[in-house]
Design a protein around this ligand. Structure first.
Ligand SMILES: [Ca+2]
Ligand SMILES: [Ca+2]
Ligand SMILES: [Ca+2]
Length: 471
């Protein structure tokens, strides 16, 4: 009996350890590079499946409603990959890049986009005209979309450009190309390179954050994480530098073979706006002397105000020595921020998260998002005004799939505790274990239901907006 009980206990622990993890797409072969946005009343998850772009609609209880195909590359043996998605609240705009060639001569072939409402296509896939070929990023200020990407020239010195363009919700480009920044100087020994950018908006202006490096007069390389602003008129406004480190080697990608290009440049930082400040999360090498080979990484953060001043820098988000932590994503959760990252502490990659105040102070404990077997990598995160959906690519089944975990804030997850605390109401249906709970949170009325006396609860659901409630 004891053995049976112990087996049962272990099985139960495994279930709880997985929390609310669920597969979003576990198709044959590899699915990867997911991005997620909260659109209207559902989440849209975009991803690369076998080199095609797909999307999944996920409801607020974590049910996958639908998966649908968006685009396959025009050229044989090329892949459509690295999708990014943004929304104006109704429509969602997905961008991606076409990538091809053998590993040692990988090339990018421009940036593509398409616009949807729900699963209805509004604008069929089309070329995005920004004069950039790789690392697409997109954000919306509520009205118009900024799309950015980078391109590098085969020249002496090597130059790299971060370009962008504003688009309206019908897929029409506004104004002309915007040159946001460039790397690479005038002289032969001034090679430069710009890596994968990220964008967000304060509802009017956009802020773009990106890795930047340049080999300076043959003496040293400056590696930096920089940011600039773009106005809705397409004007670039100076920003600042949240990180800078020198190395004495000519360590400017892509002079290396692609497999040696550091994750510094091929995996983006991220940035979010809380209504007051921006929070930028990014990864850096623990030791820059290891370039051009990959060393270990740390995740750092910075709080930037709307004037572009860095209020707090080098926030140590995940900084364990000789352990790689990188690929962070950040989103605003009302006045706070939530950062997720991939982490090798267990000997394979898992995903963790942590909350920060708008002042950059860590609040609450670290949250385990997934500790499943094998690797979970490249997390992306969205907030639906109540819950958080984290998505990632997942190798637990020995091929890459897309998985998610729907978190309820992370700190008020005990419904019964909620019910006994403040403006909250709990009702039990007579002669049953059925509980109905309503409470308010940021002027929204939240509802949860339990069929078994409070052991299991539905995920919180917004049912209205007011301050005084009853049930
Ligand atoms: Ca580390
Ligand atoms: Ca793992
Ligand atoms: Ca798969």
């Amino acid at each position: 009996m004891k053995i049976i009980s112990l087996t049962f206990l272990i099985a139960m622990l495994a279930i709880f350890a997985n929390g609310n993890e669920f597969p979003i797409c576990a198709g044959i072969g590899n699915q990867g590079a997911p991005d997620v946005a909260f659109v209207g009343n559902e989440y849209i998850v975009v991803y690369d499946s076998l080199g095609d772009i797909w999307a999944a609609r996920v409801d607020l209880q974590g049910n996958v409603l639908e998966r649908f195909f968006i685009h396959t590359p025009d050229l044989p043996d090329w892949r459509d990959t690295l999708p990014a998605v943004a929304t104006d609240g109704e429509r969602w705009f997905v961008v991606w890049t076409a990538r091809g060639g053998l590993a040692e001569e990988e090339r990018f072939l421009g940036i593509w986009g398409a616009i949807y409402e729900g699963s209805t296509v509004i604008v069929e896939p089309f070329m995005i005209q920004i004069g950039a070929s790789c690392f697409p990023a997109i954000s919306c200020n509520g009205n118009i979309f900024l799309i950015t990407g980078t391109v590098s020239t085969i020249s002496i010195p090597q130059r790299s450009y971060l370009r962008g363009r504003l688009y309206n919700r019908d897929g029409n480009p506004l104004f002309s190309d915007i040159l946001i920044d460039q790397a690479g100087g005038t002289y032969e020994e001034e090679d430069g390179y710009i890596g994968f950018p990220a964008i967000t908006s304060d509802g009017e202006r956009f802020i773009v954050v990106y890795p930047w490096c340049q080999w300076i007069f043959g003496e040293h390389t400056l590696h930096a994480i920089k940011f600039k602003f773009v106005t809705p008129d397409g004007i670039v406004v100076d920003g600042g530098t949240v990180f800078a480190e020198y190395t004495s080697e000519p360590t400017v990608p892509p002079m290396y073979p692609p497999e040696l290009i550091p994750k510094l440049y091929t995996i983006p930082p991220d940035i979010a706006f809380s209504g007051i400040n921006y929070f930028c999360s990014h990864h850096v090498l623990e030791n820059y002397l290891v370039l051009p080979f990959d060393g270990f990484y740390n995740v750092l953060g910075a709080v930037i105000n709307q004037a572009g001043e860095i209020l707090l820098n080098e926030i140590p988000i995940a900084v364990v020595e000789d352990i790689s932590e990188f690929a962070s994503g950040v989103m605003a959760e009302h006045e706070n921020f939530f950062v997720v990252w991939q982490d090798f502490r267990a000997g394979n990659f898992n995903i963790y998260g942590r909350h920060y105040s708008q002042d950059g102070n860590s609040i609450l404990d670290e949250i385990v998002i997934t500790e499943a077997a094998r690797d979970q990598t490249l997390p992306s995160v969205a907030f639906d005004d109540l819950n958080i959906l984290v998505v990632w690519q997942d190798f637990r089944n020995s091929n890459w799939d897309i998985w998610g975990n729907l978190l309820h804030k992370g700190w008020t997850d005990d419904p019964l505790a909620l019910a006994y605390n403040g403006n909250r109401h709990l009702v039990r249906k007579p002669r049953s274990g059925e509980l109905h709970l309503v409470y308010t949170d940021h002027d929204k009325v939240i509802y949860r239901y339990s069929s078994n006396g409070g052991t299991d609860w539905t995920l919180p659901e917004i049912i209205g907006g007011c301050r005084v409630i009853s049930v």
